[in-house]
Design a protein around this ligand. Structure first.
Ligand SMILES: Cc1cc2nc3c(=O)[nH]c(=O)nc-3n(C[C@H](O)[C@H](O)[C@H](O)COP(=O)(O)OP(=O)(O)OC[C@H]3O[C@@H](n4cnc5c(N)ncnc54)[C@H](O)[C@@H]3O)c2cc1C
Length: 399
């Protein structure tokens, strides 16, 4: 077995499989992916039928980047013949007291600055376009036509399959247990023996903390056990792709909910963002969260009653959040051969683009894309007094 490579990718979930693909286009057989579980497993952050892909964000660092995500997936779709992105239109909704800019003011400004078309709708407009919704009059809504869903499960597999077709190696059921950086590369000890490489790309998701421990480092990553639910609505037709958008409702008191048209199951999917309990990737359970169940059902009963029906299933999944909920895309200052790529629990839509950026950084040390916001030397990661931009359920509201 080949043991020495130009680049090794540690963790082949959503971001790692994408990095493996984009690296394989340049390196062919000189790139190796290592995955501790069976490839495509359901223990991390990238396993489900759908993830929201959107251009609407509240800061231009993301809106500028978001316009480049679709072409990356389109190249992969073209090469593989597998459709991954489904445009459904997307709604960002937020109750906004009259005369206040509200949560969505920054979204509108950032999209305008990035030249992204969108429409501002009232609650009435929204219920006219999508009568499935029940909305209070003070809800502000942004509609963006290119938003939709990306098939995360297929995306992980197709990125890896195309990487392998380009000559890359992917070893799953191969856990990394030791990392020894040295001046001209990195030695990686695994359950399948030692490998070495000029560069290491770490895309370990919710396992970033135990992986960094292997090089004696620590970052303030919060892991939560999240859950999504599929409801067997008797009004399934009303929620079909083409009749219903992806949506995100930025509610009061930091309660944020989101959902999808019917995809992957004969059911309507919805969930609460940061609705789960803090945990770790090593100790997490697969138990559902009763509080989150109730919170989601209450929301759906109030705003999307016809989407409800007998529950098909609820599944859990792990968020890995930085305190500022910004990505990490940076080389370790202590070990400049090691690149960290972490998605702060909103990165599947960017997975192929982040894979491309990781490839550019690994091969040339630089990238054409704007990643200044994602550096390791920022207050969100270095200031122990930094107030997280998210609140875990049950935590007191910040004053
Ligand atoms: C419920 C939920 C809903 C979400 N909704 C959206 C959405 O709508 N839109 C969006 O853009 N994003 C969304 N996200 C976020 C997005 O899914 C994640 O940011 C992204 O999938 C994370 O990918 P990853 O590669 O970082 O992590 P993962 O896919 O978890 O991959 C990390 C991999 O590293 C492997 N690994 C770790 N340690 C080792 C080791 N020592 N040796 C070998 N392998 C190792 C793990 O086994 C795993 O396969 C959501 C996430 C969740 C949980």
């Amino acid at each position: 077995m080949k043991r020495s490579f130009d680049t090794i990718v540690l963790g082949c979930g959503g971001l790692g499989s994408a990095a493996l693909y984009w690296l394989s286009r340049e390196l062919g057989g000189e790139v190796l992916g290592l995955e501790q579980f069976a490839h495509g497993h359901e223990r991390g952050g990238s396993h489900d039928h759908s993830r929201i892909i959107r251009l609407s964000y509240g800061v231009t660092d993301y809106t500028h980047l978001a316009v480049h995500t679709y072409p990356c997936f389109a190249e992969l779709e073209e090469e593989s013949g597998v459709q991954l992105v489904f445009k459904t239109g997307g709604l960002d909704l937020s109750p906004t007291p009259a005369g206040q800019p509200g949560e969505l003011g920054s979204f509108a400004a950032a999209m305008r600055e990035s030249g992204i078309d969108f429409e501002t709708w009232s609650a009435e407009d929204t219920m006219r376009h999508f009568p499935q919704f029940r909305l209070p009059g003070d809800v502000q809504v942004l509609y963006q036509k290119d938003a939709g869903l990306v098939d995360a499960r297929k995306g992980v597999m197709v990125h890896a399959l195309m990487a392998r077709r380009n000559g890359a190696a992917l070893l799953d059921q191969t856990a990394v247990q030791g990392i020894t950086p040295h001046s001209d590369g990195v030695d990686i000890d695994t359950t399948q023996g030692r490998f070495s490489a000029r560069r290491l790309v770490v895309t370990a998701g919710a396992w970033l903390t135990p992986v960094l421990r292997l090089v004696g480092l620590k970052l303030p990553i919060t892991v939560t056990r999240e859950q999504v639910s599929y409801f067997s609505s008797p009004h399934l037709r009303d929620f079909a792709v083409g009749r219903f958008p992806v949506w995100i409702y930025y509610g009061n008191q930091d309660h944020c909910f989101y959902g999808f048209p019917v995809y992957g199951e004969a059911a309507v999917k919805a969930a609460e963002d940061v609705g789960g309990q803090a945990t770790t990737a090593e100790t997490r359970s697969y138990d559902r969260d009763q509080r989150s169940d109730h919170s989601l059902r209450a929301f759906m009963q109030a705003h999307l009653p016809s989407a409800l029906g007998p529950e098909l299933y609820t599944k859990t999944c792990l968020y890995d959040m930085t305190p500022d909920r910004d990505f990490i895309v940076d080389f370790l200052p202590q070990h400049p051969n090691i690149l960290i790529v972490s998605g702060a629990a909103h990165a599947y839509k960017f997975s192929s683009l982040l894979g491309k950026i990781a490839a550019e950084l690994t091969l040339t040390g630089q990238t054409t894309f704007g990643i200044e916001r994602f550096g390791l030397d920022r207050p969100g990661l270095t200031d122990p007094g930094f107030t997280p931009s998210f609140r875990l359920q049950g935590e007191a509201l910040s004053p």
